[in-house]
Design a binder for this molecule. Structure first.
Ligand SMILES: [Zn+2]
Length: 264
């Protein structure tokens, strides 16, 4: 993937995928689209990946598809065989050795089919859990080193105080863990829970060499909700409502991707 830096946006249907690809085209930057396991199962996988590839090609950019946070081997293998470019083998809730074993099993299946694998050490807390990350969810240096030594993972995510969903309090990010990880490996580092981090924080992360993928989910869904509300107020025809929603999602994605440009 050209060793570039990318935002990875969680999309939920064809229209949200189209809005993100339009955003990428508008600033001429390649992009990663990702689906949660639940969304993956709601989509006609092969038709969806064909759509993403052909629409991105039509727009003259690259769009990669990732299966985000998946704990189910069968679903991961299905995505590998359905045109997904990357899969996240999420064994982060398992003891470290089981996480290693699970990841390695996915790697041996995915790599032989040309698909990249992401994995996570430590647990990035989800919206269902307490949003403020508990200390014990943060990865230890020993576990990170052990995991990287025992796997040939393509993208590494580490819980460093980040969280999924909205941050209820100012996040206490352990930048030293990000820097430690990127100092011991040249594998691309993934920032989960990018939604709700300020532009300043995202920019600071973007400036750490080795940070290559920044995940945004909640912010895009919030933009969708804004679009729905606006479109109800301005209701005339479905096509007008669709455009208002599309443009809200697109401008949110553009605003995030423009942060990458600040690097130059
Ligand atoms: Zn995540």
């Amino acid at each position: 993937m050209n060793n570039g830096q990318y935002f990875a946006f969680n999309i939920w249907d064809f229209e949200s995928a189209r809005a993100v690809i339009d955003a990428a085209e508008s600033i001429r930057h390649d992009v990663i689209l990702q689906t949660s396991t639940g969304i993956y199962k709601s989509l006609p996988a092969r038709v969806f990946s064909d759509f993403v590839k052909s629409y991105a090609a039509y727009k003259g950019i690259q769009a990669w598809l990732n299966l985000d946070h998946c704990k189910e081997k069968e679903t991961i293998f299905h995505a590998v065989n359905s045109g997904w470019d990357m899969v996240m083998a999420d064994g982060s809730s398992l003891p470290i050795q089981q996480n290693v074993d699970f990841t390695n099993e996915v790697i041996s299946y995915a790599h032989s089919r040309g698909v990249f694998v992401e994995a996570e050490v430590g647990q990035v807390k989800g919206i269902e859990d307490d949003v403020i990350v508990r200390q014990d969810a943060i990865a230890s240096r020993e576990e990170i080193a052990e995991f990287l030594h025992k796997t040939d993972v393509d993208f590494i995510a580490v819980a460093f105080g980040n969280a999924h969903g909205e941050y209820k309090a100012e996040p206490d990010l352990h930048y030293d863990l990000v820097e430690y990880t990127t100092s011991i490996t040249d594998k691309p580092f993934v920032v989960h829970g990018g939604s709700g981090l300020s532009d300043e924080v995202l920019t600071k992360l973007i400036h750490i060499p080795g940070v290559k993928k920044l995940n945004i989910s909640t912010d895009l869904k919030t933009a969708y909700k804004r679009g729905i509300e606006k479109s109800c107020g301005a209701w005339s025809q479905p096509i007008n409502a669709s455009k208002i929603i599309h443009d809200e999602i697109m401008s949110e994605a553009v605003a995030k991707m423009k942060l990458l440009g600040r690097r130059k």
